[in-house]
Design a protein around this ligand. Structure first.
Ligand code: CDP
Length: 231
């Protein structure tokens, strides 16, 4: 049998982490886990409950609810894709909106929130054979992951990519809104006290500015393949 490993992909917003993580997981027949979707689902919950808005955040109310909030991933029968579920309901369609994007990094600063999310992430990695992307996967969630990548790219290119994705999925948004959201989240994710976005010392750093998805996939695979030698 082939060795199963954990592949951690971290980096700034919209660097193509999730696209490449999905491709890699498909190729290796691994499970892809979008850890950002978990923080987004929780933010969606907090918005609905009116615990958070632009100028207000009742962290205690959210923390008090944490033990009753259940976040997991289930495969959709319609799309055959793994979708994030909040208390049993798929919220995949709601979590990419600008209102969630503008508040998610605030929610992700809270230590107790992160602790809860990391618990779920650990359980998903118990049998290895996963590709997980996020901000703290190689540094905090799986510091012993067999393989860690850190992706980065210029903010202009990242905003162009994300803008196209959002327009293609019928979101009403401008390029400038996307760019300022990316800059806002990068700043918050890098400067927070709990699990800030940093490059793990054993991470392979890749700039995705001038590289096609096929090239990126081949580059990642060139690091993965030697680690999968038969047991
Ligand atoms: O896809 P994109 O790069 O825009 O972001 P995401 O992966 O959906 O993550 C949304 C937000 O969740 C990030 O900006 C972080 O604030 C937070 N996050 C985190 O703190 N830790 C993670 N492991 C994943 C996401």
């Amino acid at each position: 049998m082939l060795n199963k490993i954990i592949i951690a992909i971290d980096g700034t917003s919209s660097t193509g982490k999730s696209t490449i993580a999905k491709r890699l997981a498909k190729r290796l027949k691994y499970v892809y886990i979008d850890s950002g979707a978990m923080y987004r689902a929780l933010t969606f919950y907090a918005i609905q409950k009116e615990y958070i808005s632009k100028n207000h955040f009742d962290t205690n109310k959210l923390i008090n609810d944490l033990s009753n909030i259940y976040i997991d991933f289930k495969e959709s029968k319609e799309t055959n894709k793994f979708e994030v579920h909040l208390n049993g309901m798929s919220v995949e369609k709601h979590i990419r909106s600008l209102s969630v994007s503008n508040l998610v990094s605030k929610v992700a600063t809270i230590g107790k929130v992160r602790k809860q999310m990391v618990k779920v992430q650990h359980s998903l990695g118990l049998n290895k054979g996963i590709v997980m992307d996020g901000r703290d996967i190689g540094t905090v969630v799986f510091p012993n992951a067999e393989l860690k990548f850190y992706l980065d790219a210029s903010s202009d290119l990242r905003a162009k990519r994300r803008f196209k994705e959002l327009i293609d999925s019928n979101h009403d948004i401008s390029y400038n809104e996307v760019l300022s959201n990316i800059n806002l989240r990068d700043g918050q994710d890098m400067s927070r006290k709990n699990s800030p976005l940093t490059v793990a010392s054993d991470s392979i750093v890749i700039n995705t500015d001038d590289i096609s998805l096929d090239q990126l996939e081949n580059k990642l695979l060139s690091h993965v393949t030697p680690l999968l030698s038969k047991k």
